[in-house]
Design a protein around this ligand. Structure first.
Ligand code: IYR
Length: 222
């Protein structure tokens, strides 16, 4: 059995007033994040995407298995293939009755439909795959734990990192997403989790007028 061999940890530390200042600044910065569907085609350097993936990969995960894999796409032909396949699925969902009327109703204030031009316009698409199980060097299967929770947290870190560097993103889940495994040639132990188009907002970018719930509605003090 592998041993527990802990090492010392020196966390970043701040004074009380620095903590308050940082807490407020972080909250205010995060408040400005919006999901964007209307991208400019301006280029984004690969280095920025690499740093966002590195930040995402610092997320906690079940048994520290880090059960995620990021595929970053900038190739226009691959982006086109993804758009065509995603729109075929989304068309069926929106217009072919796969989404319930109640669901369509819930999305109405967001202004979404089956058309996904951002899949071609945004300079990067990053598809995050969850590793349902790992594969050891000898080819044997290795169990992963809390895969969805772990990958969800990594995606949260990813989106925060992108926003922090001034990039816009969308958490997009064309449904079903199996076509992403085929187009990107991913192995059997990986399942698409979410597709994140990344870039700058278009100069005339509009977003839905949504509000965040007030603290009193999302928190309880006992
Ligand atoms: N996958 C569709 C539908 C959709 C579903 C939810 I829940 C959203 O918050 C937004 C959209 C689409 O991407 O349009």
């Amino acid at each position: 059995m592998p041993e527990y061999k802990p090492i010392e940890y020196t966390p970043p530390s701040f004074s009380g007033s620095e903590m308050r200042q940082r807490a407020r600044a972080f909250y205010e910065h995060m408040s400005q994040r919006r999901s964007v569907r209307d991208f400019s085609d301006d280029n984004v350097p690969q280095e920025l995407i690499e740093l966002a993936i590195a930040a995402a990969s610092t997320s906690p995960s079940g048994a520290n298995r880090q059960p995620w894999h990021f595929v970053a796409i900038s190739n226009p032909t691959t982006k086109r293939q993804i758009r065509v396949a995603a729109e075929a699925e989304e068309r069926e969902s929106y217009l072919g009755g796969r989404m319930s009327p109640e669901w369509i109703d819930a999305l109405a204030p967001l202004g979404t439909d089956w058309q996904k031009p951002f899949l071609e316009v945004a300079p990067w698409l990053v598809v995050i795959f969850e590793e349902s199980y790992g594969i050891d060097t000898d080819g044997s299967r290795r169990k992963n734990y809390y895969v969805k929770e772990s990958v969800g947290m990594a995606c949260g870190f990813f989106i925060a990192a992108l926003h922090n560097m001034g990039l816009a993103a969308l958490t997009h889940t064309p449904s079903p997403m199996g076509f992403l495994s085929d187009i990107l040639g991913r192995p059997e132990n990986e399942k698409p989790y979410v597709l994140i188009p990344i870039g700058y907002p278009a100069s005339n970018c509009l977003v839905p007028d949504v509000q965040r719930k007030p603290l009193a509605d999302v928190a309880e003090w006992v």
